[in-house]
Design a protein around this ligand. Structure first.
Ligand SMILES: *Cc1c(COP(=O)(O)O)cnc(C)c1O
Length: 237
């Protein structure tokens, strides 16, 4: 896309959503034609009131709050909730609460960053990773997602990129922005590859369970007892 020069301001700022949107809009004006756009912001229920939260959810939340039974520290409850989908039990020691998943990304990249180390990101990627990596000392390498294979991970590419300095690979499943839903078989292949390479998997599962039709969400945590996995979740989605 033809970014106008003044929009490529500071490298970090240039990657924020607003900058990307501004650059797109400016580019459209430049062409002088009203191109039809597909709005991808329709999921915002405050801007589009046709998407109402179900009253069942609202009532459950009110009831839980009024009961005062849950005014306690949450990690134990989260461990119990996540364990439902796993072949082993998590404990509260396995759970770390952050202020949103974006904060978890910041914390993880900061902790992992040592000079000379690198991390593998998918391309296309969720932009926060790119921004946060710029604040750390990590070198970023991008592996491809394969559109002809439902945006699966290009594992040959991952093998070619990884080296002794690779600390982790980021996996976004269910995928944003590509909408990929990885099968058990594909996740198993990812697990085998990363285990051989000796790198940790950071599985961004903020869209966990939001699948349509026959598709199944498989958490990367099902391999957590054979390969190191960190899972990111959030309430925001
Ligand atoms: C929205 C999003 C996040 C950040 O989640 P928040 O809890 O809102 O900070 C992280 N990863 C992906 C893939 C997202 O789409």
């Amino acid at each position: 896309m033809g970014f106008k020069e003044n929009h490529v301001v500071h490298a970090t700022v240039a990657l924020t959503m607003r900058r990307i949107l501004e650059a797109l809009m400016a580019n459209m004006d430049e062409v002088g034609t009203r191109k039809s756009m597909i709005h991808l912001g329709h999921g915002d229920p405050s801007a589009y009131p046709c998407f109402r939260t179900s009253t069942i959810d609202e009532d459950a939340l009110v009831e839980a709050t009024r009961s005062a039974r849950f005014n306690c520290y949450a990690p134990g409850a989260i461990a119990e909730y996540l364990s439902r989908d796993l072949p082993y039990k998590l404990t509260s020691d396995d759970v770390f609460l952050t202020v949103e998943a974006d904060h978890a990304i910041e914390v993880l990249l900061t902790i992992l960053a040592l000079p000379c180390e690198n991390i593998l990101f998918p391309i296309p990627n969720y932009p926060t990773y790119e921004v946060e990596a710029r604040f750390s000392l990590l070198k970023v390498c991008h592996y491809d997602l394969l559109p002809e294979k439902g945006w699966e991970v290009d594992l040959a590419g991952v093998k070619a990129l990884a080296n002794d300095q690779t600390v982790a690979i980021v996996l976004i499943n269910l995928g944003n922005p590509c909408g990929n839903v990885f099968t058990f078989k594909h996740l198993k292949k990812i697990e085998e590859t990363t285990r051989k390479l000796g790198i940790m998997v950071i599985a961004d599962e903020v869209y966990a369970h939001q699948v349509f039709g026959e598709k199944l969400f498989i958490p990367m945590g099902v391999f957590g007892d054979i390969t190191p996995v960190v899972i990111l979740g959030t309430l925001s989605k």
